[in-house]
Design a protein around this ligand. Structure first.
Ligand code: AVJ
Length: 326
């Protein structure tokens, strides 16, 4: 079908290789507190390791969110209505989107936006094959930067699907700004967004320090990636994964801790580490459901519904763009 071929062409967005991000990476590594944006964790290997994390017994968010989506699929589908254009931000694995596509009334399109090209291509192709009636349009883009939202196919409702508590990677002000810009760009649209609400320090500790060491491997892959793509010479044995819950900011902080005094070369620049000094590789902010609804409302999203699991660890929120709130 002519239709099928076009569905698999990736729309080039703003996603960049590490070489293109050299300035940003060096700025982060030479800052007083060394840091790297969490989006750099997701090369192909990183995406695979993240999927492994999602299957770990300790990592509750993925399975909790999936259960919420599955258990409330009919209600969610009714709220969203027929022939929606589903735009998924930070798509990764399409497992959650499939729950929507299986339950929505004649979904018109599925437009996954992701930063990991090969992975995006593969997932999109699988969805296109499994849902021949849905137009699949993968978009290679970094949603934390300005990007063009895939356009609605017709005058139908756009559903922004933003699962996984990916929004938690952004600082609170940046998360609010992203919600604001998404609302401005999807008039008449809706937002289905998954947010981690867990505040149990022990549960959080185990979720980010799993016993099999997959999270450690995921974190250290960032250094391996810098070695591969930026000609860096990190000794992976000389850094250790650490993840701590910061009660004050209600966020997990993931770190790569130097195990001794050492110097590393990254893209020709020498970076010095003291023993115990670390790179912050990710923040994962947690939100009380009401706090999140308030932030979303201020950003232009009217509360529609929310679903929370019995252990109160995860919340799926449904909002409509404010203008549309009848
Ligand atoms: C994909 C950002 C939601 O913060 O929980 C999992 C990434 N990092 N384990 C999270 C992650 C370490 C995850 N997010």
């Amino acid at each position: 079908m002519q239709h099928r071929a076009s569905t698999l062409a990736i729309t080039a967005g703003t996603a960049a290789s590490l070489a293109d991000c050299r300035q940003d990476i060096l700025a982060g590594l030479t800052a007083p507190q060394k840091h790297l944006a969490p989006k750099y964790l997701y090369d192909r290997r990183g995406s695979e390791l993240f999927d492994e994390i999602c299957a770990l017994p300790e990592y509750y968010p993925t399975r909790t969110e999936l259960a919420l989506l599955r258990g409330n699929a009919a209600e969610i589908a009714t709220l969203i209505g027929p022939t929606a254009d589903v735009v998924e931000l930070g798509a990764g694995s399409s497992v959650k989107a499939r729950v929507l596509l299986d339950n929505l009334d004649r979904p018109a399109s599925y437009q996954p936006v992701d930063i990991s090209a090969a992975y995006l291509q593969q997932q999109a192709a699988e969805v296109a094959a499994a849902y021949p009636l849905v137009t699949v349009r993968p978009v290679l883009a970094d949603f934390t930067r300005p990007f063009v939202l895939p356009s609605a196919i017709a005058a139908r409702r756009t559903l922004l699907f933003f699962p996984g508590s990916t929004i938690g990677n952004l600082s609170r002000p940046r998360a609010a700004a992203l919600l604001d810009s998404l609302a401005a760009r999807t008039p008449g649209g809706a937002l289905l967004i998954g947010v981690d609400i867990c505040e149990d320090a022990a549960v959080l500790h185990d979720a980010y320090n799993d016993s099999r060491g997959v999270t450690a491997e995921f974190n250290l892959n960032l250094l391996a990636r810098l070695n591969r793509e930026l000609g860096a010479n990190f000794e992976l044995n000389e850094f250790e994964h650490e993840a701590v819950y910061d009660l004050r900011h209600k966020r997990i902080e993931m770190r790569l801790v130097s195990q001794r005094d050492q110097s590393v070369t990254v893209a020709g620049v020498t970076i010095r580490f003291r023993h115990g000094e670390y790179i912050v590789s990710e923040h994962s902010h947690k939100y009380d459901p009401q706090e999140f609804a308030d932030v979303a409302h201020a950003a232009g999203w009217a509360y529609g519904h929310r679903w929370i699991d019995d252990a109160a660890r995860f919340c799926v929120h449904y909002f409509r763009a404010l203008d549309d709130a009848a």
